[in-house]
Unconditional design. Structure first.
Length: 335
């Protein structure tokens, strides 16, 4: 039993934030489970298969714990994603390495969302749940990183020669990036651009594959628009690194195979791009804007933010049009 009691023996109700985090976590885990089931059925590399098995087992455990929270609080359990949203018997779509990148990307979303869910919770059973999730995500991310390094497919940030002299910025020209000769990129800016570009390449290939797997013209067109939007991101940021001869790791092994029967439902694919690609995209860009100081980088990131908001806004509308958006728990209408 997870029910929490006050010192006087009364039940502690979940806060709105805790309900929101439990709800979002259930949908996230529900989505992940369908991908893990398919990957496990298709992966051939034994080392990658072992990691996917662990991730699926933890995923199932998470959903069982979250289900108990809903039942004890008399909150309806989200439908999420079911066996109808994946066909494990369909042919193999992605290479083993692509599936490995896929799992790593899902873990990155966990590393982004679980800390805030933990810090925003007050009831100790909820905090204990998200702490376990965060600790596991940290372990599996390290395991995935080590595996990618051993396979030679990990995309590293560039190694650069650093000016080690201690100094302070003495003029506003340090912020200049558009007029005259801009200063060299600092390490924070290099890290930001590299992180966004690596993710843009991966996300673009997800959109390419989903546009091929989608059955309806509406979804095919939408995923193609996402592909073009990510290519624009690459076209805007890649030249900034190239102008200073800073090498970017080659794109990963994003190999795909032609299949007759798509393994994923359009609902599942759209939810994935809206969460893993969309939410994490905005988090990454916000972090970059907060730590980048050159004006040309800030201008580019600002334009990218506008373009991404427009695209993901249309993505949300499409989810509603298809009646795929589950209504989150809301307060009682007191009017």
């Amino acid at each position: 039993m997870n029910q929490q009691l006050e010192t006087n023996g009364s039940h502690i109700n979940l806060t709105a934030t805790e309900i929101s985090n439990v709800w979002a976590s259930y949908l996230k885990n529900s989505m992940e489970r369908r991908f893990f089931e398919y990957f496990l059925a298709k992966v051939e590399d034994v080392r990658i298969k072992q990691v996917i098995e662990k991730m699926l087992a933890k995923n199932i455990s998470n959903m069982e714990e979250l289900t108990v929270f809903f039942q004890e609080e008399n909150i309806h359990i989200p439908r999420g994603f079911t066996e109808e949203d994946v066909s494990v018997g369909a042919s193999k779509v992605f290479s083993d390495t692509f599936m490995l990148y896929f799992c790593y990307d899902i873990t990155m979303l966990s590393m982004s969302t679980y800390p805030s869910a933990l810090s925003d919770s007050s009831r100790n059973d909820i905090r204990a749940h998200f702490q376990r999730c965060l600790e596991y995500s940290t372990r599996v991310q390290n395991e995935l990183t080590d595996l990618m390094l051993s396979l030679g497919v990990y995309l590293k940030s560039p190694q650069v020669t650093v000016d080690s002299q201690l100094d302070f910025v003495g003029h506003y020209v340090y912020l200049n990036g558009s007029i005259g000769e801009p200063r060299p990129l600092n390490t924070a800016e290099i890290a930001n651009l590299t992180r966004i570009l690596h993710r843009a390449h991966f996300s673009k290939m997800i959109y390419v594959s989903f546009s091929q797997l989608a059955k309806t013209k509406k979804l095919k067109k939408h995923f193609s628009r996402g592909r073009d939007a990510l290519q624009n991101v690459i076209d805007m940021l890649d030249p900034i690194l190239k102008e200073e001869d800073i090498p970017l790791s080659a794109s990963g092994d994003y190999k795909m195979y032609d299949v007759e029967m798509p393994p994923f439902s359009e609902k599942l694919m759209l939810f994935f791009v809206n969460t893993c690609l969309g939410m994490f995209c905005f988090t990454m860009i916000s972090q970059a804007m907060a730590s980048s100081l050159r004006s040309d980088i800030l201008l580019a990131l600002n334009q990218i933010t506008k373009d991404m908001k427009k695209f993901y806004g249309s993505s949300l509308l499409l989810t509603i049009q298809e009646q795929w958006l589950e209504r989150p728990p809301q307060s009682v209408n007191k009017k």
